[in-house]
Design a protein. Structure first.
Length: 270
């Protein structure tokens, strides 16, 4: 009688479960909202259809629905722009976001920066999106707003995020489209940006030296999560020539301390 084989069968991992399919109409509506958020001007339904590769009838139907829900607003020339309903979601996100809540809590505990503006932002592709801001009167000719987007390559918080990426990852972010300079001091290409990123890694914090606005300098630190990865960027912005070197050192140290406190509260090993 033949003996049963005692040789173990090779381990076979269980088959991967496929993610449930997206609802096509919801997916297309989301693509339209993303396109409108990135567009510098209003778009017609035909332009939306062309850019996204949708059928014109589908784009018109979706835009009509989104406008009835106040997610889009139809203008007199039949073009569309973002509607007021979007702000309900933006405000709800800001109020409920752990990072935004930590920002407000630590600020309200008594940390003050005379003459400075404090901002908190998250990274989205090649841009930073501001989720909280405390503007000061001293920087009266530039105001940060929740929902504002700026190129990550020019901002202090953006560079703080990018400094945690490898050189390859940074170059991949801007492989297809480097943003147009906002001032004469903005990095003009990836090579110039990489010099800023390298300096940020060595220094321990990032600097926007008039890259967003002439006469404005910003100092940034990343806020880390429980995996010690940046989840947000914290920055202080102030007029470049209104503070002494000693005052700037103090401000930078205070921003570092706030970023550290926020990171610890979010579980980072700082």
């Amino acid at each position: 009688m033949a003996r049963a084989s005692t040789k173990k069968k090779p381990f076979a991992p269980p088959p991967r479960q496929k993610a449930p399919p997206l609802v096509p109409a919801v997916d297309r509506a989301c693509q339209i909202m993303d396109l409108m958020a990135k567009s510098a001007h209003a778009l017609t339904a035909s332009e939306i259809a062309r850019r996204l590769g949708f059928a014109k009838s589908s784009a018109h139907s979706l835009c009509t629905t989104l406008s009835r829900l106040n997610l889009l607003v139809r203008r007199s020339d039949q073009s569309y722009c973002l509607g007021p309903h979007v702000m309900r979601w933006a405000n709800a996100f800001s109020e409920r976001s752990d990072v935004a809540a930590e920002f407000a809590t630590i600020w309200d505990e008594g940390t003050q920066f005379p003459g400075a503006t404090i901002t908190l932002s998250v990274l989205e592709g090649g841009e930073v999106v501001y989720i909280a801001a405390r503007n000061s009167r001293v920087l009266s000719d530039f105001e940060f707003r929740a929902g504002m987007r700026l190129p990550a390559a020019f901002t202090a918080t953006g560079k703080a995020f990018l400094s945690y990426m490898s050189d390859y990852e940074v170059k991949r972010v801007f492989a297809n489209n480097f943003p147009a300079p906002l001032t004469a001091h903005s990095p003009k290409n990836v090579a110039q940006l990489m010099k800023d990123i390298q300096a940020c890694r060595q220094r321990g914090y990032s600097i926007d030296d008039e890259g967003v606005k002439d006469g404005m300098v910003c100092f940034g630190y990343p806020v880390l999560n429980s995996h010690n990865r940046p989840i947000a960027g914290l920055a202080v912005s102030l007029p470049k020539h209104d503070f002494s070197d000693e005052e700037i050192k103090k401000i930078v140290a205070d921003v570092r301390e706030i970023a550290k406190k926020m990171s610890i509260r979010l579980g980072a090993d700082v």
